[in-house]
Design a protein around this ligand. Sequence first.
Ligand code: GRF
Length: 245
Amino acid sequence: MESTVKIGTMISGGGSNLQAIIDASLAGELDVSISFTGSDTPGVKGLERARSASIDTFVVDYADIIRRFKANPDSVELPEDFDLDQIKSKQQLFDDAAPDDVVAPFLKSRAIAERMLLDEMAKFDMDLLILAGFMRVLTPYFIDRINTQPGQYRIMNIHPALLPAFPGTDGYGDTFRYGCRVGGCTVHFIDYGEDTGPIIGQRAFPIEEGDTLEDVKRKGLEQEWQLYPECIQKIASRFITARQG
Ligand code: GRF
């Protein structure tokens, strides 16, 4: 019986959460093996961290794909199995009032990039996909091709705020500017919305008088590095139990 859970990891930048996961895994705290690290941005430090730990890496350059799509939508091929109406009806990233000339190009360009991600990931074994500072939303095109078993979430994310407060890209900034006295981070599963999926774990920290945004980010990251490995282990052990059952 396979006793480890295969995890794929996705990053966009520094990869300090990835490092925490690598370290916890090397310390024997996680029943996982890391199959790959993918990035939406070339040349980021997280890729170096992965390579130093002998983890296979790949890049799908989102910025380049989006740039080429915007310049000429016909120059980049849509996936053969892409169904715009179906993806539009499932997605919860935009509300119903959002104009189609915004929503359709967004979903199309992301599906082109997501197809490339799926093709890269298909080269590896993967039970769980761990977003560790991956700064792109995922559309139902991608999510449905990972969550292939009904009711089973397989994509985890870490968010720099106490969800459901402050979804979006700048959780610590939003927490700080609001004047909160407590900040935090959340590990959750990915669903069709932005930072809306079921919560797996959270950690909070005090924001003291005089703390700067940098202090908030530092305190938050320190919590993230503990929370994410713990949550990964929680879900990995569920996978192992289910296999044995
Ligand atoms: C973290 O704060 C994470 O919560 C957010 O992006 C940041 C990534 O940091 N999604 P790192 O790349 O893991 O250092």
